[in-house]
Design a protein around this ligand. Structure first.
Ligand code: MCN
Length: 761
């Protein structure tokens, strides 16, 4: 990364004109006039036996077929979404695309209707008569765990399907025995519903002996693998294409009945089939996030030295143990040491099935759960010790010299400079002045609070593919196995390749999201694209540049190592007039005038996996004012100082932090998915599930420190989830700080006006 390169510049996102002028093409916009439309008949019950499906009332004009599981599944065609067997304690069956005889959450698809238009499909779906023999439901993981609770699967008689443990139980117990005191908290990290602007959608078409599925996916190759398994097809017969995707936040990495049923119906009826989820369908049967119930304690000495942490979490996995939800629950304790010198940690997690929608990754995915527990405990300790929360944090932070650092939870942090980020945040928010302002406000009967959150975040795991292809005219196409759905990879990957290859940014096009055009990759989630995909395309660009210098060396009669590629020309270092146009080199690569012995073509493919995980970190601060009369919380200011190593594009990084903080403030103050006693989703639409609007959100003031990761050549760390990790504890800590004079020491999220009102009385 040179000072005069494009990496590090806050370029405007090149994708925005396309997205903001209505030019974007989402899955539902793709023209397919002969497509049949698929709508699901969804279970009204949370838990029931399906005794009969009567399709007769649904048949009529425009209705092509009413399908049940026996119509779509058969020998070699499982039509079952696989469970995440790697982490499960029990041998559970998968999720049938259409229910076999049991339904285990409200909204689970029971039958599918195909019709000539979407309205006929929905009308027919509501006309199908399903008879149920209802069973008792259970939505609370404490109640679900054994006893009289209904059993979802015989293979897990107590409904417990995952047990996870991190750290050393004996060392932790010793730390608690030796410490001056133990600070305790019972916390709920509530269930959330991901809200991408575009609901899930798929358009499946027969394609030779296989199927082509255009779909709103954040991980096309993963979806291809899962679809192939579900349909019983070889992967090479399934092509997944993800066009413009209107947000995902994790839930579009999951494999759903919608795309599988559409793909199977396209095969059976030999015509295109379209499925577009309604918002309510998305709420009922899209995956949810979080839902952890935790008891935790911090062992701390009276002088503020933190000695140990223990936590015990019950994670509500929902019905079926699919995809990454259970795995995240099992592993979340790995980040519980956060930024601190915390010699002993022990964490136990159990994931329990309930008759609710399956839980999967939602932006942050395990890290917000861990950091919330830790950062609430640290604030609670400060309050019990009568110490300033910033001072208590500073006293216990890991030193910059501590890295690489092995945490007691079994992970190794790559690099960090935590105190610098803390100081930058305190200075930006004017911490000392705020404390004085707070004291004055209290005298006037006003409740002002400041909350801090210091976080670490694991980013950039697994492998990714990146191709750099130079065309005979010198233009460049970059292919990556990730798939941007709001992150701006088209801009940042082009910045990286422009610097590494020396060709103009405008000559570089980025292609993602097509399993036929892009080599096998992993996808965009876990803030991994820049670390893994960015380095994959960088490596391919370096390889391509090396080949280009070899070709040009022959023409310029110079050694390749003496050549530089800049501004679309290859020239001899120190002699800019001895040069050849990059386009001429590209043409030579494909023409007959290559130097003898050089292979044709000018491109490179890299499958890259970093040596280790990159740990992003930072400190966020929220300033709130709380009106105890109405219970209303106003976030006055929000400061975020994040360290994701060198920023490829600071403007995009800032945007990512804004978006994440918006969702984190949403979790802290407004959002919660609620089921009633019968397992009905009580927050089934945006009227009941409170996604914040811009007027409820603060301006986010951002800044950065830069600590490169030693594990990847670009030194980068991810940033896509930082805001959702730091904002919930920062805001809740601020509210509790504001209300401390009224004796409030904890309020569970979301900190609604009602909860504040109750807590202050
Ligand atoms: N970036 C950078 N310099 C860095 C790190 C990142 O310039 N050191 C830039 C990247 O190049 C990229 C963006 O920031 O353009 C995010 O990069 P990264 O942190 O690698 O995250 P991913 O691209 O892998 O995105 C995944 C992350 C996750 S896990 C969720 S969930 C999420 C998020 O991104 N969902 C989003 N951001 C979202 N943004 C939008 N608009 N919509 C979503 O659904």
């Amino acid at each position: 990364m040179s000072d005069d390169g494009l990496v590090g510049r806050p370029l405007r996102r090149r994708e925005d004109d396309h997205l903001l002028t209505g030019d974007a093409r989402y899955t539902a916009d793709i023209d397919a006039p002969d497509a049949a439309h698929l709508a699901f008949v969804r279970s009204q019950y949370a838990h029931a036996r399906v005794t009969e499906v009567d399709a007769a009332p649904a048949r009529g004009e425009g209705v092509v077929a009413v399908l049940t599981q026996s119509d779509i599944a058969g020998e070699g065609t499982p039509m079952e979404l696989p469970v995440n067997g790697d982490v499960l304690d029990a041998d559970l069956p998968g999720h049938p695309v259409l229910a076999r005889e049991r339904v285990r959450y409200q909204g689970q698809p029971v039958a599918a209707v195909l019709a000539e238009d979407p309205y006929a499909a929905r009308d027919a779906a509501s006309a199908v008569e399903v008879s149920y023999d209802s069973r008792s439901s259970v939505t609370d993981p404490h109640e679900a765990r054994g006893g009289d609770a209904p059993v979802l699967f015989d293979a897990a008689p107590d409904n417990v399907v995952v047990t996870g443990e991190q750290g050393d139980v004996d060392a932790t117990e010793r730390a608690f025995a030796d410490a001056d005191r133990s600070v305790e908290l019972t916390l709920r990290n509530q269930r959330l519903i991901p809200n991408a602007m575009e609901p899930r959608a798929a358009l499946a078409r027969p394609d030779g002996e296989g199927v082509r599925v255009e779909m709103s996916s954040q991980a096309p190759h993963r979806h291809r693998s899962k679809l192939a398994t579900t349909l019983g097809l070889p992967e090479r017969r399934v092509r997944v294409v993800a066009p413009d995707v209107g947000g995902g936040f994790g839930h579009k990495g999951h494999h759903y009945p919608g795309e599988a049923a559409a793909a199977r119906a396209a095969q059976l009826f030999d015509r295109p089939v379209r499925f577009v989820a309604t918002r309510t369908g998305n709420y009922l049967a899209g995956t949810h996030g979080r839902d952890h119930h935790t008891e935790a304690a911090l062992a701390v000495d009276d002088d503020g030295t933190i000695r140990g942490l223990r936590a015990s979490t019950l994670a509500n996995a929902g019905a079926y143990a699919l995809s990454s939800g259970p795995a995240l629950a099992a592993a979340y304790g790995r980040l519980l040491a956060g930024q601190y010198r915390l010699p002993a940690v022990h964490c136990r997690t159990e994931a329990v099935l309930t008759t609710t929608a399956p839980v999967h990754a939602y932006r942050g995915a395990g890290r917000p759960e861990a950091i919330y527990v830790l950062e609430r405990l640290v604030d609670r300790a400060a309050s019990e010790l009568g110490m300033d929360p910033a001072a208590l944090r500073r006293q216990n932070l890991l030193d910059p010299g501590a890295f690489p650092y092995d945490t007691p939870t079994g992970v190794t942090y790559d690099s960090g400079d935590y105190e610098t980020a803390l100081d930058a945040t305190l200075e930006a928010v004017g911490y000392d002045d705020l404390r004085e302002r707070q004291a004055r406000a209290r005298e006037e009967g006003r409740y002002l609070g400041v909350g801090l959150a210091c976080y670490v975040e694991s980013t950039g795991e697994g492998f990714e593919s990146g191709v750099v292809r130079v065309h005979p005219d010198g233009g460049v196409t970059v292919y990556a196995g990730t798939h941007s759905h709001g992150q701006g990879h088209g801009t940042t990957y082009a910045q990286i390749v422009a610097d590494e290859l020396g060709v103009p940014y405008d000559d570089i096009e980025v292609v993602e999201g097509d399993t036929e055009r892009v080599p096998p990759g992993t996808g965009t989630f876990g803030s991994r694209s820049t670390v893994v995909g960015g380095n994959a395309v960088a490596e391919s660009a370096r390889d391509t540049a090396r080949r280009a210098r070899e070709l040009a060396g022959d023409r310029l009669e110079a050694a390749p190592e003496d050549l530089r590629i800049e501004d679309g020309a290859v020239h001899v270092a120190g002699a800019p007039n001895r040069s050849v146009a990059f386009a001429e080199v590209a043409a030579a690569a494909y023409g007959g005038d290559r130097p003898a012995g050089t292979p044709p073509g000018l491109e490179a493919t890299t499958f890259y996996e970093p040596d280790g995980t990159a740990y992003t970190f930072g400190t966020h601060a929220a300033v709130v004012e709380v009106d105890p009369e109405s219970g209303e919380v106003t976030v006055e200011r929000y400061v975020a100082v994040d360290d994701c190593g060198p920023r490829v594009n600071p403007r995009i990084v800032e945007g990512q932090v804004h978006g994440g903080v918006a969702q984190g403030v949403g979790q802290a103050l407004y959002e919660r998915a609620e089921y009633d006693g019968s397992g009905n989703l009580a927050t089934g639409s945006m009227q009941d599930y409170a996604v914040p609007s811009s007027v409820q959100l603060p301006e986010v003031e951002t800044d950065a420190t830069v600590t490169p990761s030693p594990h990847n050549p670009l030194g980068v760390k991810g940033i896509g989830e930082a805001g959702t990790i730091a904002a919930p504890p920062a805001v809740v800590n601020a509210v509790v700080d504001a209300l401390a004079p009224l004796g409030v020491d904890h309020i569970d999220m979301p900190v609604t006006a009602e909860r504040v009102w109750r807590a202050t009385r």
